[in-house]
Design a protein around this ligand. Structure first.
Ligand SMILES: *[C@@H]1O[C@H](CO)[C@@H](O)[C@H](O)[C@H]1NC(C)=O
Ligand SMILES: *[C@@H]1O[C@H](CO)[C@@H](O)[C@H](O)[C@H]1NC(C)=O
Length: 350
């Protein structure tokens, strides 16, 4: 009995502690950099898939390719030659239509605000940008299309610059395509957001990213650094997912899901409206082809530490809630390594 009391106390303290500060442990490594930079830090985007967990200004420039480097002065500066040197949009080797993106991931209890400062991405040459409320990879979205409170049309806002009138790159935004009136400031619903761009010929953009506190996080992109993650439904009828884009060892530390008097158990066979599902999938959206490792219901009184190793491209913990209960789950997630291979609970075909 004494042992049980200690465990319960430990759990309560744990809950209180990580409400108070666990998330902040994630960002500690970045804070050092921030103290030296009173003005916004400038990041140059060089990779097509640029993943960042930092705030600041981000800029990207694409110049038209120059095929021959000239030793005889500036022949490429003559206007006629310049247009001949431009990328041929039909040439697939140049990747003219490649879609690239800046992928933001903030702390679990943050949202992301992106302000477009400059957009010189010309609609007429096929240039296009989009802000995505979440992440997109190979046509799948995080949070999943069915899990987000907004339909996909409202989560993806496309824009580009019409530069006909003010040749030479007028100020942004002269016009936007398919976007709301205040299209230059975008805000995400969770700690993941994406700015996509397709710049076939030439163009540039500058954006600034700010993170804001999210008092009620539901869907969380895990970057694998937080000591604990917390999933909660706040008594609402909603599904909340914690997703990591790596094979992971997941430990369910504590759960309170469903009836208050039900003890914690696996509930694959009984159909429960309120449950916690742990599993993996090949793509980003776990509501497609989720390979389920376990389904957990009930209330743990103290730590339970239900471990599972998910060897899939994407690891997910889903809290499914009917709205009749206040559910929560405390979970740890770390990247799986070689020593975990033998203990794999599920393996996805890659
Ligand atoms: C939550 O997920 C379950 C199972 O995937 C589904 O049946 C239910 O409709 C979802 N609820 C909401 C509010 O999306
Ligand atoms: C839990 O309580 C509800 C009523 O509040 C009761 O219907 C149910 O049978 C109880 N379950 C268990 C396992 O005791």
């Amino acid at each position: 009995m004494a042992m049980r009391g200690v465990m319960m106390l430990f759990f309560q303290v744990l809950i209180l502690c990580f409400q108070a500060k666990a998330w902040h442990a994630v960002r500690r490594s970045f804070e050092l950099e921030h103290t030296t930079a009173p003005q916004e830090k400038l990041h140059l985007i060089t990779d097509c898939m640029h993943v960042t967990s930092e705030e600041g200004e981000f800029s990207f420039v694409k110049l038209p390719p120059v095929r021959s480097t000239s030793k005889h002065g500036a022949h490429w500066m003559t206007p006629g030659v310049e247009s001949a040197e431009r990328a041929d949009p039909d040439d697939p080797t140049l990747g003219a239509a490649t879609v690239c993106g800046v992928y933001f991931v903030a702390d679990p209890d943050q949202t992301i605000e992106v302000t477009m400062r400059q957009v010189n991405v010309d609609c007429r040459t096929g240039g296009l940008m989009a802000f995505v409320d979440g992440w997109e990879l190979n046509g799948q979205y995080f949070p999943g299309e069915r899990d987000h409170e907004k339909p996909l049309e409202l989560r993806v806002q496309e824009f580009c610059a019409e530069q006909g009138a003010s040749a030479g790159g007028g100020p942004w935004p002269p016009k936007t395509v398919g976007a709301a009136s205040n299209a230059w400031v975008f805000r995400s619903s969770q700690n993941a957001a994406l700015v996509q761009y397709r710049i076939p010929e030439r163009g540039s953009f500058v954006l600034s990213a700010r993170f804001h506190h999210n008092p009620k996080p539901c869907n969380i992109m895990a970057e694998g650094l937080a000591p604990y993650y917390m999933l909660r439904n706040y008594g609402l009828r909603r599904n909340c997912t914690l997703t990591a884009l790596f094979p992971a060892v997941v430990s369910v530390v504590a759960v309170e899901v469903g009836e208050i008097n039900e003890s914690v158990r696996y509930c694959e066979r009984v159909r429960m409206d309120d449950r916690l599902e742990v599993g993996g999938s090949v793509g980003l959206d776990p509501s497609y082809q989720l390979v389920r490792a376990s389904t957990i219901c009930g209330r743990s009184r103290g730590r339970v530490d239900l471990d599972q190793t998910i060897l899939c491209g994407t690891t997910s913990v889903r809290l499914i809630s009917s709205g009749r209960y206040s559910n929560q789950a405390m979970v740890t997630m770390r990247m799986a390594d070689e020593s975990d291979l033998q203990l794999a609970t599920v393996i996805c075909e890659m």
